[in-house]
Design a protein around this ligand. Structure first.
Ligand SMILES: Cc1ncc(COP(=O)(O)O)c(C=O)c1O
Length: 364
């Protein structure tokens, strides 16, 4: 556990989109499509004639509730998962908030912006970023964890995650990438019996809707009512609500599952290539539509990858990681082949370089 407060410019606000530049192949951002599928675009277009009316979240809440086997008052639609982090930080008054890292940085940023002290629990790569019951201090009254976790790509067992629930504690599980796993194993979205549990979901990754802003929180009605009070009126637009409704249909869920299956094959292809490259290490089983790799002289490797046309996500802005960690999005096999070819060449050059690692200059 690391109690040290990070410096003001600690990089929590850095995201993969900052790595992009014209001409680079994007392996940095985790949105999985270039655009929403045609049937979803048609649903969105249909709402254009309804825009004179204020948004009504009830049909979308009903559809999301049915998809997860919950009641409609156990669903809060939000402007992406990102809004959910802010609502939780603003609505609750945690005295001892804990964020389990490495993970997406916005939950901690939202807590800090709301003035809450944050304690970091760092899972260890030596342990495959495994979650242990003892990792989280007993006195924590708010715990944030991601599952599957960005950027580690590790999927924690649902029992281990649910085991973090305690009387008087709110347990927030960010499942933004759960729909990228076939069958959504280890999801707690339907676990209404776990006291104090809030599950956050996003529709922006799987459906190519990052620009629309749509996600939701699942939890006990009384707890969600607190978040609702902190949410601006009409925060989720009519097109975003239409997307939530459409993406919760059985047909859409089946489509997401099919995409998850093909992404799983694409990930196996990528990890197979990466494992065969001397000097590349992965910690823990990679389960998400991105992989986290460790290489020597990571900052130089990342810069050289950019020179060769690939943007990957730097790891050093994630608490618990450093510059030698790089996150790589799973794309089609041809893109992975080209990436692995470049990476192998770069690492061969770095490793055959005469200077030892400790004396090499490290660009910041
Ligand atoms: C783990 C995780 N949670 C939440 C988000 C934010 O999702 P949204 O676009 O729904 O706000 C991201 C975006 O990168 C993410 O990686």
């Amino acid at each position: 556990v690391n109690d040290a407060a990070p410096p003001a410019d600690d990089g929590l606000g850095h995201h993969g989109d900052a790595e992009l530049a014209p001409g680079l192949i994007d392996l940095a951002v985790n949105v999985r499509r270039r655009e929403p599928p045609g049937w979803l675009r048609a649903e969105l277009a249909r709402t254009l004639t309804e825009l004179a009316a204020y948004p009504d979240p009830r049909p979308a809440a009903g559809a999301v509730a049915a998809r997860h086997g919950r009641r409609a008052d156990e669903v809060l639609l939000t402007a992406g998962a990102a809004e959910a982090f802010v609502l939780i930080a603003r609505a609750l008054r945690p005295a001892r908030a804990v964020v389990v890292h490495p993970q997406f940085t916005e939950p901690e940023a939202a807590l800090r912006a709301a003035g809450h002290p944050v304690r970091r629990v760092l899972l260890s790569p030596a342990d495959g970023f495994r979650l242990t019951a003892a990792a989280v201090p007993e006195e924590a009254d708010l715990v944030f964890i991601g599952n599957p976790t960005n950027p580690t790509s590790v999927l924690h067992p649902s029992a281990a995650v649910a085991g973090l629930a305690r009387p008087g504690r709110v347990l927030v599980v960010d499942e933004a990438f759960m729909d990228a796993l076939p069958g959504e194993p280890e999801s707690l979205a339907g676990a209404s019996a776990v006291a104090g549990l809030l599950v956050i979901r996003s529709l922006t990754k799987t459906w190519g809707l990052a620009g629309l802003r749509i996600g939701y929180v699942l939890g006990a009605a009384a707890l969600l009512a607190e978040l609702r009070r902190a949410q601006p009126l009409w925060a989720v637009s009519t097109p975003a609500l239409a997307a939530a409704r459409a993406c919760s249909s059985p047909r859409a869920v089946a489509e997401a599952d099919a995409l998850a299956r093909s992404s799983q094959e694409d990930r196996a292809h990528l990890t197979g290539l990466l494992r065969a490259i001397p000097g590349v290490r992965m910690a823990g089983e990679q389960r998400a539509p991105f992989v986290l790799i460790h290489v020597r002289d990571g900052a130089e490797v990342r810069n050289e990858l950019r020179r060769q046309g690939f943007a990957v996500r730097r790891g050093d802005t994630f608490p618990g990681l450093g510059p030698d960690w790089l996150r790589v999005a799973v794309r089609d096999p041809a893109t992975s082949d080209a990436f692995a070819y470049s990476l192998r060449g770069i690492l061969t050059e770095v490793q055959t370089c005469l200077r030892p690692s400790s004396t090499r200059s490290r660009p910041t």
